[in-house]
Design a protein around this ligand. Structure first.
Ligand code: PXG
Length: 461
């Protein structure tokens, strides 16, 4: 046994004794042992056992500029030595926070020119709830407080984030959702579209927004929140008819549109924001992840001019804020990260070259007997694993085949995530055509092995 293996076993033991992991069945994990990731470079990660993996998930949808960017480490080090911390409360701020707010206003859609900084996507969405309600309160309509969201959405894990999210298994823990948050259907044609054409289905589920507004009464409805493309829910891409209809309904009734850009922001669709991709006019955009490419934790809420104007001119003090709002080190890293995206024209490359190439190669997997649909946009992709391709029929117990596929993928040196029986990718935006070929080849081998392994699955347990 090498010394590295001894260390690794010891790390696993300590992890199982002291560490509660997020979204994890700790008992199950402790029985299996955790995978300890020790190093990363470019599009690859290495675990403590020496395995090299192509990171098809960019960490957790966040490492947009890839790993090993020395300039980000250098900037953090310099900023830490100069000013490691100061807050943005009490009439203070720091140069990186100011500069970052300016750059974000520049890259955001033209009508968005303000940002409130947070520490994560969840905090961003909690902030959105407070700002949405404050906005209507200031306009003399405090009863306009209900926020409409969607089933199977993911907006974070804090109380408000998990409530806005539409994940039932999360609501079941902790008495959620909070009052004043309701959910309509998601635009998930593959699973829920039945015999309808995608566009007809898209119009119908968008129409639920209007129905819900009328059911609750316009005097009570404050906002609608959605991810441009649902990420954690399974890279769910709405039919083309959906977003124009949602925007029309928000405009017609004057309710605020909150676009959760935590995954789609910072280039993932080949545009700076999902809102650019779908030509939306959001009142709020939640950001995180790609803002710093995950090098440090940071989030924010970008606020439209009409909302900012009301909050500023009528609002007085906004009784909300975090110790780390606008943290100088995270802000400096975010600034340098955005500069990398700009200088290396990474977003343009995803739009014009690597994104279309990934989608072309990814769509070839639709021919595989296990794949009911291969879809994607930019640097997001999903595969629906099915028992019967033609009928879009799922395996009888969800998640078994997905888990088998996920494990086979890791064995093949590719990080691909499973949501139920939907396989997901969200690679670093710097992946080259060669990386994409490697990803698709490994994914195809993984699908072959999964298909071979299905007879060994116990669907009853
Ligand atoms: N909104 C969206 C759209 C997200 O994807 C959050 C908000 C919350 O961000 P924070 O920084 O608070 O985690 C997210 C986070 C998964 C997975 O399993 C996805 C996320 C987080 C954890 C797991 O795909 N997305």
């Amino acid at each position: 046994m090498t010394s590295q293996q001894v260390d690794f076993n010891e790390l696993q033991r300590l992890d199982s004794e002291h560490h509660l992991h997020p979204f994890t069945d700790t008992r199950e994990l402790n029985a299996q042992g955790t995978r300890v990731i020790v190093r990363a470079d470019g599009c690859y990660i290495w675990d403590a056992e020496g395995n090299k993996l192509l990171d098809g998930m960019a960490g957790l949808w966040c490492v947009n500029v890839g790993y090993g960017r020395k300039e980000l480490a250098d900037i953090a080090s310099r900023q830490m030595q100069e000013l490691p911390y100061y807050n943005s409360f009490f009439q203070c701020t720091t140069p990186p926070a100011i500069e970052l707010s300016t750059v974000l206003a520049d890259i955001a859609p033209a009508h968005i020119n303000h940002v409130f900084f947070t520490g994560s996507g969840s905090e961003s969405n909690d902030t959105v709830v407070r700002m949405v309600r404050r906005y209507w309160d200031l306009l003399g309509e405090p009863q306009k407080s209900v926020i409409i969201s969607r089933k199977n959405a993911y907006h974070g894990s804090t109380m408000a984030g998990a409530s806005l999210g539409g994940m039932k298994f999360m609501h079941e823990q902790g008495g959620l959702p909070l009052p004043g948050i309701v959910h309509i259907d998601q635009p998930y044609w593959f699973d829920e579209g039945g015999d309808l054409e995608p566009d007809e289905f898209g119009r119908r589920v968008a129409g639920q927004l209007e129905e819900k507004i009328l059911e609750l009464g316009l005097d009570r409805v404050a906002a609608f929140i959605a991810e441009p493309i649902q990420g954690a829910g399974g890279v769910i891409i709405a039919p083309e008819s959906y977003w124009p209809e949602v925007q029309r309904i928000c405009d017609k009734y004057g309710i605020l549109l909150v676009v959760d850009e935590v995954i789609c922001g910072f280039g993932r669709t080949g545009r700076w924001f999902g809102s650019d991709y779908y030509e939306l006019k959001p009142d709020f955009m939640s950001i995180a992840k790609g803002l710093t490419s995950g090098y440090l934790p940071m989030g924010g809420v970008m606020v439209s001019d009409r909302v900012a104007e009301t909050l500023i001119s009528k609002g007085g003090e906004l009784a909300h804020g975090f110790t780390y709002s606008g943290h100088p080190v995270t802000a400096a890293v975010a600034l340098a990260n955005v500069k990398i995206l700009q200088d290396e024209k990474i977003v343009e490359r995803v739009a014009q070259d690597t994104g279309p190439y990934l989608q072309q190669r990814w769509s070839e997997l639709a021919l595989h007997p296990l794949v009911g649909e291969a879809r994607g946009i930019g640097f997001l992709g999903a595969l629906e694993l099915v028992e019967d391709k033609g009928a879009r029929r799922r395996f009888k117990k969800m998640g078994k085949v997905g888990t088998l596929c996920r494990n086979a993928s890791l064995d093949n040196g590719l990080v691909m995530r499973a949501t139920g029986d939907t396989m997901i990718i969200s690679p670093p935006l710097v992946a080259t055509r060669e990386h994409i070929d490697e990803l698709v080849d490994k994914a195809r081998r993984t699908l072959d092995q999964t298909l071979e392994g299905i007879p060994t699955i116990d669907f009853e347990s």
